[in-house]
Design a protein around this ligand. Structure first.
Ligand code: SF4
Length: 593
């Protein structure tokens, strides 16, 4: 709550930073529960700027579910931007929780969301600014338990010296169980407490390492938020977000999200419709989004959109949907989403050649991509966005050529059909090998190899005028590969980078590559050598203690199928016995009739 004490202490700082409303809380829809009467207190810490954090769906779920428990409390902490941080340091002030303005070390549990590897140094800075020792071993009974969840905990090794417990898999039930256990174990010292917490299903502690299976939540109407804090100013996604389905049965071989979120669980059509109506009404947003790794795979997506379009007709409330799959492309669906706007449409071929799409298991033909694109152009879209990945395992320059050839073939079809050429933007990222995927064994290309590929594509593109290429920074991708498959040595680089001022490094302007090179040299760490390392079948991998249910043998068989460009059918059509349902005693949930 904004009280006079807080204002007198922080007003000078707030008046001298950009967007002070990031730091005052009091958003419409925030819980602001009573601190002293709550039995256990959780501080959700998101190591990125307010605009990114407040839009994150996972954090909205946990925040809402904990606060719905009458005796538990969840407050929030987001990473301050550099101007605010510098003034805090200059004025010798600590961070505070967003809603209750409490010191972070007054909470029982501080839970970090590790959404991407480039947030690691920010986590350490947030701990320091919260008066909490950055190393787990230096904490005592007076300090909170430091927890971490999110996709990057799929390899907990790099952050193990700094985190007490990791939550593997879905956090919905586990975080509440951890809080309840903390209440029960109040009398125990810290070491014993962590030992007991590590026995909870889905919890891994580096102090008590053991094989740990992920936790799976069943999705239902009651464990989805219908309200969340509405920021005072424009954030990354200003809309009500309803999760349509979790997991993706397509299993593209480079995609970590697909493999760690299995099995597919769809929300029922009626639940989705009702959740949207409630969320939009409660927050006042004029846009809603249906979240999923592949939205048009939902069994009843068209029925859902038709019903909601009819309900919101004339109200000015619109829908946004992540990219459509070209093989299931539906013009009706595209029209239902776009309404009158038809600004741009996104298609993700991921690779230019059919051979590479078989290697990565995209199951998408050239014909399907061209048909979907031309169909959009015929129906009024003139801006097309394609996603591609380069540097994939087994890729050749012939495969790369096909990226440009694909665009030429689209143009050719447009000319043939008497259509105007569209404006095409290709967003091109660099392959990062990720744990728990069939490509976890594969090497990443060196920077030199990627730069040659970028040059090759830029040269080829010269003759095609209606396309723009946006390349992801290959050096950033190399760091992501280094961290995502990191071993114990990685932790020392994270620590030294933090000590040297690294902060908010997922923002290009904050990433100091020279500093990385110097620090790595000092520590005798070869970042490129580790990022480009190929693992072999029987190698012990740093993340082997963690299981998302998929058999390692099955992942390797997929890697071998990739070498021969053999694809695997989506598990919605046929179960491939990847191991998830058998190992975790679960099953896929589809919204069939
Ligand atoms: S075991 Fe079969 S149904 Fe279950 S996630 Fe794996 S492939 Fe899909």
């Amino acid at each position: 709550m904004i009280n006079d004490d807080f204002l007198s202490e922080y007003s000078d700082i707030l008046l001298n930073v950009e967007r002070p409303s990031r730091y005052i809380g009091e958003e419409f829809g925030s819980y602001n529960k009573d601190f002293d009467s709550s039995k256990a207190k959780f501080l959700f810490a998101f190591p990125d700027k307010y605009e990114i954090a407040i839009s994150n769906f996972g954090h909205k779920i946990i925040y809402d579910l904990i606060n719905r428990q009458p005796d538990l409390l969840c407050d929030r902490l987001y990473a301050p931007d550099k101007d605010f941080l510098e003034l805090l340091i200059k004025n010798k002030k600590n961070l505070y929780s967003l809603e209750l303005k409490r010191k972070p070390n007054e909470f029982d549990v501080v839970g970090f969301a590790l959404q991407y590897e480039m947030c690691y140094t920010t986590v350490l800075k947030l701990l320091e600014m919260s008066d909490i020792p950055v190393f787990s071993k230096d904490r005592s009974n007076i300090h909170p338990i430091i927890l971490a969840g999110g996709p990057s905990v799929s390899n907990p090794v790099p952050m193990s010296p700094f985190i007490d417990i990791f939550v593997i898999g879905d956090g919905e039930d586990v975080d509440i169980e951890v809080l309840r256990k903390v209440v029960e174990l109040k009398h125990l010292d810290r070491f014993e407490k962590i030992k007991e917490l590590s026995k909870i299903e889905g919890v891994y502690s580096p102090l008590f390492p053991k094989k740990t299976n992920k936790r799976i939540a069943q999705l239902n109407f009651n464990n989805h938020p219908v309200m969340s804090p509405v920021p005072h100013f424009s954030s990354v996604h200003d809309r009500a977000v309803v999760e349509l389905r979790r997991g993706c049965a397509r299993m593209c071989r480079f995609c970590q999200a697909s493999h760690i979120n299995l099995p597919v669980r769809e929300r029922k059509k009626d639940d989705v419709v009702e959740l949207v109506k409630k969320y939009v009404k409660n927050t006042g947003y004029d846009e809603y989004s249906l979240l999923s790794l592949s939205s048009n795979d939902h069994e009843k997506i068209e029925d859902i959109l038709k019903e909601l379009n009819c309900y919101y007709k004339g109200s000015g409330i619109n829908v946004s949907l992540p990219s459509q799959r070209a093989d299931k492309f539906s013009l009706e669906l595209a029209n239902l989403v776009a309404g009158e706007k038809k600004a741009s449409i996104t298609i993700a071929p991921e690779a230019g050649s059919s051979h590479m799409r078989d290697v990565i298991n995209k199951n998408l033909s050239e014909e399907q991509i061209i048909n979907a694109t031309v169909s959009c152009i015929k129906n009024g879209w003139n801006k097309i966005k394609y996603y591609f990945v380069i540097g994939l395992p087994f890729e050749t320059f012939e495969d790369l050529k096909e990226i440009v050839h694909l665009i030429e073939k689209v143009n050719l079809r447009c000319r043939h059909d008497g259509l105007k050429y569209p404006q095409i933007t290709c967003s091109i990222s660099v392959f990062v090998p990720k744990p728990h995927t069939p490509f976890q064994w594969a090497r990443q290309n060196t920077i030199e190899e990627i730069e040659n590929k970028i040059k090759f594509l830029k040269d080829l593109k010269q003759k095609v005028k209606n396309v723009k290429f946006n390349f992801h920074n290959p050096k950033m991708s190399q760091l992501e590969a280094f961290f995502s498959r990191g071993d114990k040595e990685t932790s020392s680089l994270i620590y030294e980078m933090y000590k040297n001022g690294a902060y908010l490094e997922s923002w290009d302007e904050n990433l100091n590559l020279d500093l990385y090179n110097n620090v790595a040299l000092k520590l005798n760490i070869d970042i490129e050598k580790k990022a480009t390392r190929e693992y072999y079948k029987d190698d012990i991998l740093p993340w082997d203690d963690i299981s998302y249910g998929v058999d390692k043998v099955w992942l390797y068989s997929e890697y071998e199928k990739a070498k021969n460009a053999v694809s695997t059918v989506p598990c919605e059509i046929k179960c491939n016995d990847c191991g998830v349902c058998r190992n975790l005693k679960t099953r896929k949930v589809l919204d069939k009739l």
